[in-house]
Each structure stands twice: as structure tokens, then as C-alpha cells.
Design a protein around this ligand. Structure first.
Ligand code: ARG
Length: 260
């Protein structure tokens, strides 16, 4: 309850709008229940220890998607985050904010623009497949990039994975200014296909936990494993049926399926 109130307060203070172009969204109706996305706000110490590779993609000063730093000058995100912008909008107006836990206080954060970008040429918007893109920054970040998992057999089904972002704290709701994260468990692609049908393919990894999920505005951001030492990028937030609906996993692009 206290968590719900705090989130409400935060979104009232900042209140960014989820931009159109969240092509992966398959929600039909919004629910009014609060805080169904669950999870926790990332504290400064958690942030500094685990989450500094997450980036905020911003347009006109507004967060619209997440991303992950995978080399000092390279970010991976979702294709659907970039697909509805023109190339001049991307080159001139997109900003990549790195090192900001709270999007209201970004004075110490790095801010880059796009030197070049690449949307997966096999991106299929109607099936939300191959939903990956990379951005080359116009400079080098001082933050430590995360390793991209390239092993198809990792993580095992049932593994605990972590997703983070500034996206909606409940289906249909506003985003949050302070980064949130939650723990979910990977499910097999065949059980994910029982929820979603044949749109699920080898390039997806699905993850589920009752009452908690990624949501609109988290797209493009990281799904990580943690081995007790370091975070590894295993997925990219892509789509779902609403957010945290019973029986519907979050669907992610599976990093091992792609060359970045
Ligand atoms: N397409 C959404 C976005 O652009 C992400 C949706 C993730 N949904 C989910 N239920 N995990 O932000």
C-alpha cells in the first residue's frame, strides 16, 4: 500500500507520456488496479552495483523506451522503439541518458546523441518478431557495459531473471521517475506459445511471475540474469498482453538469437 502511494506520487510529479509506437503492445483494455506491475524502486546502492548499464531513450526530454549499454559507445534497444521515427528525428532529436537512476535529477548523468543506428532488417512489426535495434553513441560512456548472452541454452527454463525500467507501474498507467526492477522467471517457449500462439518463436524468451511484469515504457530495456557476480543481458523488453495479466508472460527478444 505504501508502495502504491509512493508510485502514485512519483508519477504525479513527473508524468511522462508513453509515446505512440509501442508497436508490441497488444493490450485491449486497461485495468484500474494499482501497482499490478509490482517490483521495487531501485535504491542508489542497488543502482550503482547492478543497474548502471540501463539507459533511458528520450525524445523532446521525455523518456519513451529503455536500452542497455553493451559497449562504451553502443546501446541495444527494441526495433519498435525506433521504427516510428524518421531517420532525421533519430539523428537530431533522440537522446540517450546514461547514469541516471532518477530521471528528475540527471545533472550527473551522461547524455549522448545518435551517431548511427540500425534497426533489425528482419523486424516484423505485426508479429513483433526480431524486435531489436542498436545505436552507436556520439561518444563513449564511462559506465561499464554489460555482456550479451550468446548461448542458446542459457538461461535454463525456470531461471530467475531481472527486468528494469522507468515504464508504467500498472497497465495503462504512467511511468516512474525512479528506476524500478522486478524478478520474474523464464518459461519455456512452448508454454509461452500456449498463451500467445504462433507469434512466439526461437528469437523470444518469455518470463513470468504472478502480479509483476515489465510494461509500456520499459520496452527496449534489459532482461538480466545475475550469477552472484555480474549481470548478463539475456533479453530485450518487447511485448505482452497488457501487463502482469494472470497467465500472460512478458515477451522479450532473446539475445542469443541475434548478432548485435
Ligand atoms: N511494448 C511495450 C513498450 O513499448 C513493452 C510491453 C511489455 N509488456 C509486458 N507485458 N511485458 O514499452
Amino acid at each position: 500500500m505504501i508502495g502504491s502511494l509512493r508510485n502514485l506520487l512519483l508519477v504525479t510529479l513527473t508524468g511522462w507520456t508513453v509515446m505512440a509506437g509501442c508497436g508490441g503492445e497488444k493490450a485491449q483494455e486497461a485495468k484500474s488496479q494499482l501497482d499490478i506491475v509490482g517490483g521495487s524502486s531501485v535504491s542508489s546502492s542497488l543502482y550503482n552495483q547492478y543497474f548502471t548499464s540501463i539507459v533511458s531513450l528520450q525524445y523532446g526530454g521525455q523518456h519513451f523506451c529503455g536500452g542497455t549499454l553493451v559497449a562504451s559507445n553502443k546501446v541495444v534497444t527494441a526495433a519498435h522503439c525506433l521504427a516510428d521515427f524518421s531517420s532525421s528525428q533519430i539523428r537530431n532529436n533522440l537522446r540517450i541518458v546514461i547514469g541516471a537512476r532518477d530521471l528528475r535529477s540527471t545533472s550527473g548523468a551522461e547524455r549522448f546523441s545518435v551517431s548511427s543506428y540500425s534497426i533489425n532488417s528482419r523486424y516484423n512489426a505485426s508479429r513483433s518478431q526480431n524486435d531489436t535495434a542498436t545505436i552507436t553513441l556520439n561518444g563513449s560512456s564511462s559506465h561499464t557495459p554489460v555482456e550479451i548472452n550468446q548461448s542458446a541454452s542459457f538461461p535454463a527454463v525456470g531461471s530467475t531473471v531481472y527486468v528494469a525500467g522507468w515504464g508504467s507501474t500498472y497497465e495503462g498507467g504512467y511511468g516512474t521517475s525512479v528506476l524500478k526492477y522486478t524478478a520474474v522467471k523464464t518459461v519455456s517457449n512452448s508454454s509461452c506459445a500456449q498463451a500467445y500462439g504462433s507469434d512466439i518463436y526461437d528469437g523470444n524468451i518469455c518470463a513470468y511471475a504472478s502480479g509483476t511484469d515489465s510494461c509500456q515504457g520499459d520496452s527496449g530495456g534489459p532482461l538480466y540474469t545475475y550469477d552472484g557476480e555480474k549481470m548478463t543481458l539475456v533479453g530485450i523488453v518487447s511485448w505482452g498482453n497488457g501487463c502482469a495479466r494472470q497467465g500472460y508472460p512478458g515477451v522479450y527478444a532473446r539475445t542469443s538469437y541475434f548478432n548485435f
